[in-house]
Design a protein around this ligand. Structure first.
Ligand code: PRP
Ligand code: MN
Ligand code: MG
Length: 184
């Protein structure tokens, strides 16, 4: 159990479980892009920086990385729905095989926003990867090609995911202790 901003959280996905799943995802991506040319992973800052770094290292083959920055949650536990772009992707994505990488697809608004923005830049192909997805929280339909774990509609922190900018440094994923959910 950990405490963040005065609230208690309990372990939901441990480091070994996360690492094992990311290894599988990396191998799947390498197999899918074999012969196509190196994909470019576009991590969505801030939350996805840790997952992006680990997924990148789980891909046994050439790949590139860049980052896109947006924010929607602010200091709250639920999405405000108002997305602001804070940093565009530096790399030229036209003609590239792009994989957008998120830590979590909650309402889906952030992932959809990024996919729409990048689609307009003429990539050769465009896919999406996320460590976590909350199917019960979806507000928009967004196809995610690589999903680490489908989880309950609970507030989660750690492994890049924050609560008021804290808890990103926790090496595993934790959930609010007063909520249900048995882990996955
Ligand atoms: C969080 C998370 C995803 C997004 C998911 O980012 O990292 O990017 O919300 O929520 P959604 O599917 O409802 O859009 P946040 O806006 O909190 O910014 P951060 O990554 O800097 O924490
Ligand atoms: Mn984010
Ligand atoms: Mg956040």
């Amino acid at each position: 159990t950990v405490t963040c901003r005065g609230e208690r959280f309990r372990l939901y996905l441990d480091e070994v479980t996360i690492a094992r799943r990311i290894r599988e995802m990396g191998e799947q991506i390498a197999a899918d892009y074999e012969g196509l040319g190196p994909p470019i992973l576009v991590g969505v800052l801030n939350g996805a920086f840790i997952f992006t770094a680990d997924l990148l290292r789980a891909i046994p083959g050439d790949c590139e990385v860049d980052f896109y920055k947006l924010s929607s949650y602010g200091e709250k536990k639920v999405s405000s729905g108002a997305i602001t772009e804070q940093k565009a992707v530096s790399a030229d994505l036209s003609g590239r095989h792009v994989i957008v990488v998120e830590d979590i697809v909650d309402t889906g608004l952030s992932m959809k926003y990024v996919l729409d923005q990048i689609a307009a830049r003429g990539p050769a192909s465009l896919r999406a990867a996320t460590l976590l997805r909350k199917p019960d929280a979806a507000k928009v339909e967004v196809e995610v090609d690589y999903v680490g774990f489908d989880i309950d509609n609970l507030f989660v922190i750690g492994y890049g995911l924050d609560y008021g900018q804290l808890a990103r440094n926790l090496p595993a994923v934790y959930i609010l202790d007063d909520e249900g959910g048995a882990g996955v």
